[in-house]
Design a protein around this ligand. Structure first.
Ligand SMILES: CC(C)(COP(=O)(O)OP(=O)(O)OC[C@H]1O[C@@H](n2cnc3c(N)ncnc32)[C@H](O)[C@@H]1OP(=O)(O)O)[C@@H](O)C(=O)NCCC(=O)NCCS
Length: 177
């Protein structure tokens, strides 16, 4: 059995990624992706995810400036476990609601330590991309996520209040050096 590692999304993780996408969609995440389309055109999907040109801010893509983004997958024994997104810089939306780093573990693999692993392993990548201090914004009700961010050394910066369009967020800074 191998250790988990962060890798560039690749074709070899297709089966487990599609299973995970179904799990994510069952809890309301990534609903903008058509799972049949992703499965059928997986090579194109991987190419798009890896092109790094922009973070699309779905569903706000039309009125938020896109920023470059690196997407990494946490895999173990070649199976997909979770996704880490690193936005190379902030725009007005990311400053308050999105942050530099976003991370998610597939529902069937939660509570096994992978949430802590994906963030810990992602911090040197952020640093490599020039992000010495990374902003992470959290749902105030996400007790597990808050625990993971605090475990990884996140320091609380303040609250972004809820608006008509966007939810409340807690803002944390992570020292990635
Ligand atoms: C947040 C998330 C990544 C955590 O992943 P995970 O694999 O379950 O995390 P881990 O197993 O590494 O750690 C969970 C920790 O939370 C703790 N925890 C569990 N329930 C808790 C609760 N109600 N309150 C506080 N801590 C809790 C666990 O005890 C564990 O900590 P420990 O190892 O110190 O005991 C996962 O829940 C997820 O993908 N959530 C949806 C997306 C998200 O919220 N992302 C974060 C914002 S970007």
């Amino acid at each position: 059995m191998s250790a988990s590692k962060l890798v560039k999304p690749a074709l070899e993780h297709k089966e487990s990624y599609i299973e995970a996408l179904r799990e994510f969609q069952a809890e309301g995440r990534y609903t903008f992706l058509d799972v049949h389309d992703v499965e059928k055109n997986f090579e194109d999907f991987i190419e798009k995810v890896n092109d790094g040109k922009k973070h699309l801010h779905k569903p706000y893509a039309d009125w938020v400036e896109p920023v470059p983004e690196t997407v990494l997958w946490l895999v173990k024994d070649n199976d997909f476990i979770g996704t880490l997104n690193i936005r190379h810089r902030l725009n007005w939306h990311l400053e308050k609601w999105g942050g530099h780093i976003n991370f998610v573990i597939r529902p069937s693999m939660r509570s096994k330590g992978f949430g802590k692993k994906i963030l810990q392993k992602g911090m040197p990548f952020a640093c490599y991309l020039g992000i010495e201090r990374a902003l992470i914004t959290m749902d105030p009700k996400d007790e597990v996520g808050l625990h993971v961010v605090e475990f990884c050394g996140g320091t609380f910066d303040g609250d972004t209040p809820e608006t008509d369009q966007f939810p409340a967020r807690k803002r944390y800074w992570l020292d990635c050096t």
